[in-house]
Design a protein around this ligand. Structure first.
Ligand SMILES: C[S@@+](CC[C@H](N)C(=O)[O-])C[C@H]1O[C@@H](n2cnc3c(N)ncnc32)[C@H](O)[C@@H]1O
Length: 195
């Protein structure tokens, strides 16, 4: 979904909230598990609603890295990018570092440990497979991975992310499920990554 100039203007005027497809229960779950974390990465930002939430939940000295390419629209600019930056600026808490890149682009130069990873980007099989296999090796033992649209819920498309979670993620012995709420699954790394 790409935001229009109208979305951007209504958000600027305080007349429209940042959009998110997460449910209230999913947001509460994200906040619970992101609490006090220091090295957070979100893949798939859109309006920055969950980015803002992660910044507020994280340790104040922590950092949230927010990865999204924010492709420009017809006018050659991304109003979604501007909107998400403003949404995060309206919040408080940990610093946010925007990486205006695809997941693959951000991963190409990545070398830092992660203690909270939220994946909510490309919902195709190839997309989630890339994000899971590419990013989770950086998640430290005890660190958490939250996967949106990883469980079927009423009135929501069953994306490949659901099938990938059932087929690849849940059987992975390096992770254990700590909570599942609506379409969100939160897993803890219980064994070191084989790199
Ligand atoms: C469902 S939205 C994210 C919503 C946000 N996490 C929230 O809950 O409010 C998915 C986002 O993923 C981004 N996206 C799609 N493919 C991507 C990729 N390959 N790398 C990074 N982001 C991608 C899209 O631009 C879109 O903004």
């Amino acid at each position: 979904m790409h935001s229009s100039l109208l979305d951007w203007a209504l958000h600027a005027a305080g007349l429209r909230a940042a959009s998110t497809q997460t449910t209230p229960a999913e947001r509460a779950c994200l906040a619970r598990h992101a609490a006090g974390r220091r090295a957070l990465v979100e893949i798939g930002v859109m309006h920055g609603a969950t980015t803002r939430l992660l910044c507020a939940a994280a340790a104040p000295e922590g950092q949230v890295t927010a990865v999204d390419p924010f492709p420009p629209g017809r006018l050659g600019v991304s109003f979604e990018y501007a909107l998400s930056r403003r949404e995060v600026a309206r919040g408080r808490g940990a610093r946010c570092r925007f990486m205006r890149e695809t997941s693959a682009g951000a991963l190409a130069g990545w070398g830092d440990p992660i203690d909270f990873l939220f994946i909510d980007a490309d919902h195709s099989w190839e997309g989630i497979a890339h994000d899971w296999h590419g990013w989770t090796p950086f998640v430290v033992e005890g660190g958490l991975v939250a996967l949106h649209d990883s469980r079927p819920i009423p009135d929501r498309t069953v994306y490949d992310t659901v099938r990938f979670t059932e087929t690849v993620v849940l059987p992975d012995p390096a992770f254990t499920v700590v909570e599942a709420v609506d379409s969100l699954t939160v897993l803890r790394r219980v064994a070191p990554a084989a790199r």
